[in-house]
Design a protein around this ligand. Structure first.
Ligand code: C2E
Ligand code: CA
Ligand code: CA
Ligand code: CA
Length: 280
């Protein structure tokens, strides 16, 4: 069944997994095996300059190449990884893979391309996070300036003082920091001012409604105005249509990511895009 669907087609834990507790146990034990056996891989979704379409980097998104179930999306296993703490070794594997790719991109003549990696709350609260990240940079030859780490608002807010210290530690290394899914958590100007961050990623749920939906349009305009006055960079998530792109460009949002520009793809496919562009 898996073979019929091809190498990069997604699939799901089947209906036999309906029972929540059984499903959770299965996913947990299979995930342990996956972590040990190298079944997890990072795929890369292009990030672009919205006005020109030029490639500026990619977000690393985890996929599970399950031996019997083909390719699984994070929605099938991230929650279990969070609940069991397996998200820590998972996140470390993704970070290492992403850093390796950024070294490859640099060596292919693209030191300007950034790689963005998601950090879960568990990872973010590891007391030696900065050291772990530095070790991975050294081991993979990646440059801190090519790396951006993303945390959600709720992760940052869970322990605001601790977050300020951790973010500052990462920043001292030259790593860029982004707030993911911005607008869906407890946005408040006072914490945005305190957190040493570089970028706000506007959540896809607000991008969906622009330019037709009045509420979404107002929210996106407010976020853009706020980012401008706080001197933060912006990236719009989930850009799917030319109309959304045009609206964002007109409002002054520089960067975007979404199906309009490309879906997450295996490292080899992303590397081909770079190599092809370099040869052209
Ligand atoms: P996220 O960090 O908000 O990542 C963006 C998600 O939106 C990705 O889903 C991406 O494929 C999807 N997306 C991008 N553009 C579009 C678009 O134009 N339209 C639509 N409908 N969707 C779009 P994905 O890969 O399924 O990941 C889901 C979530 O899983 C991520 O949301 C992130 O929270 C989590 N995740 C993925 N990889 C990792 C990881 O390595 N570590 C951690 N801690 N979490 C991860
Ligand atoms: Ca993200
Ligand atoms: Ca996001
Ligand atoms: Ca989102």
């Amino acid at each position: 069944r898996a073979k019929e669907r091809g190498r990069n087609n997604y699939c799901f834990y089947g209906p036999e997994m309906d029972h929540h507790a059984r499903r959770r146990l299965t996913v947990e034990s299979e995930l342990r095996r996956a972590l040990a056996g190298g079944e997890l891989e990072a795929h890369y979704q292009p990030q672009v300059d919205l006005a020109t379409g030029a490639l500026t980097g990619a977000e690393a998104l985890v996929r599970w190449r399950h031996p019997e179930r083909c390719l699984l999306l994070p929605g099938e296993f991230i929650a279990v990884a969070e609940e069991t703490g397996l998200i820590v070794p998972l996140g470390e594997q993704v970070l290492r893979a992403a850093c390796r790719q950024s070294t490859r991109w640099r060596e292919a003549g693209r030191p300007d391309l950034k790689v963005a990696v998601n950090l879960s709350g568990h990872q973010f609260r590891q007391h030696d996070l900065v050291e772990q990240v530095c070790d991975i940079l050294a081991e993979t030859g990646a440059h801190a300036a090519q790396l951006e780490l993303e945390i959600t608002e709720s992760v940052a807010m869970a322990d605001a003082d601790g977050s300020v210290a951790t973010l500052a530690g990462l920043r001292r290394q030259g790593i860029a920091l982004a707030i993911d899914d911005f607008g869906t958590g407890y946005s408040s100007l006072s914490y945005l001012k305190r957190f040493p961050i570089d970028t706000l990623k506007i959540d896809r749920s607000f991008i969906q409604g622009i330019p037709a939906d009045g509420d979404d349009t107002a929210i996106v305009q407010a976020i853009i105005a706020m980012a401008r006055s706080l001197r933060l960079s912006l990236l719009a998530e989930g850009v799917e249509t030319p109309a959304q792109r045009e609206f964002l460009v007109a409002q002054g949002c520089r960067s975007g990511q979404g199906f309009l520009f490309g879906r997450a793809m295996p490292a080899e496919d992303f590397h081909h895009i770079i190599a092809r562009a370099a040869a052209a």
